[in-house]
Design a protein around this ligand. Structure first.
Ligand SMILES: Nc1ncnc2c1ncn2[C@@H]1O[C@H](COP(=O)(O)OP(=O)(O)O)[C@@H](O)[C@H]1O
Ligand SMILES: [Mg+2]
Length: 260
């Protein structure tokens, strides 16, 4: 079971879009996939048309000892893709979690007996207990980045946070989340500025950068409005092809980890 968090402190860099479409891509590749929406904005939940009214969500899973994955998991319209949904109630979970023992491990401890091929965790941009929970639950982290300066500026900071979390709490349970790769989103090399940012990120991350890049394309926004993965909304568009390529590249990269 591969557990992967899609994370970056920058808002609007394509975390949710990549979470939804990677999870869907893996499910369409025949894998059993659990998408965990760990953002109080609940965008992965909404983007797949999942309702949370009068139902328990990830907030209860994290904060209530007796709540289990089976109590909150929902099917999506895609066969093989399940979701642990989120909504705004997760915003107060951060506060509630503070009073719980071993709060950093709340998510990790609930995932132990699951039998998925892949768990994909969509995270919120803020540092806090929720992000710590994601880092301690995930074996790998994918960093989506756009080509603007704020993306580059935040990356070192983000890496420091991951390293600190690994060191301070991860080692208590012999856990270390590893950066699996950097994914360029909103990709278009039209200006000198974007070329400079592209070069700087490549210098920083070297072969961690995925070969696949997700081009900027409004069809992705529209697919979310329609509550569909891009493969179902417009299977022939450039973004569907890119997310399909990315899914394959990711499976290959993980395959190499397993062989080593
Ligand atoms: N490659 C892309 N091209 C165009 N729009 C995109 C692309 N990726 C994401 N978007 C849109 O940009 C906005 C922010 O993306 P999102 O995935 O929600 O980022 P995050 O989860 O990091 O905040 C959303 O409206 C989304 O539909
Ligand atoms: Mg998001």
């Amino acid at each position: 079971m591969f557990k992967i968090a899609i994370s970056n402190q920058k808002g609007g860099c394509g975390k949710t879009t990549s979470s939804i479409n990677l999870a869907a891509g893996l499910a369409y590749a025949g894998k059993k996939v659990l998408l965990i929406d760990l953002d109080p904005q609940g965008n992965s939940t909404i983007g797949l048309g999942i309702k949370t009214e009068n139902r328990q969500t990830i907030a209860e899973l994290l904060c209530q000892e007796e709540c289990e994955v089976k109590d909150i998991v929902q099917d999506t319209y895609i066969e093989g893709l399940h979701i642990l949904p989120s909504d705004v109630s997760l915003a107060v979970a951060d506060v509630k979690l503070a009073q719980i023992q071993a709060k950093e491990f709340a998510l990790r401890s609930k995932l132990v007996d699951l039998t998925y091929d892949y768990i994909i965790i969509d995270t919120s941009p803020t540092f806090g207990t929720l992000l710590t929970n994601a880092v301690l639950a995930a074996d790998y982290i994918i960093l989506p980045v756009g080509l603007d300066y704020f993306n580059l500026a935040g990356m070192q900071n983000f890496m420091d946070t991951i390293n600190r979390t690994n060191k301070k709490v991860g080692q208590l349970v012999n856990h270390r989340a590893e950066i699996l790769g950097v994914l360029f989103t909103f990709f278009k090399m039209s200006t000198n500025h974007s070329k400079r940012i592209y070069d700087a990120i490549n210098d920083l991350f070297g072969d961690k950068v995925f070969n696949t890049r997700i081009p900027e394309n409004v069809r992705l926004k529209e697919s979310q409005e329609a509550a569909k993965a891009i493969f179902d909304f417009d299977p022939n568009c450039s973004s569907a092809k890119a997310y399909n390529d990315f899914t394959n590249e990711l499976m290959e990269r993980l395959g190499a980890y397993v062989r080593n």
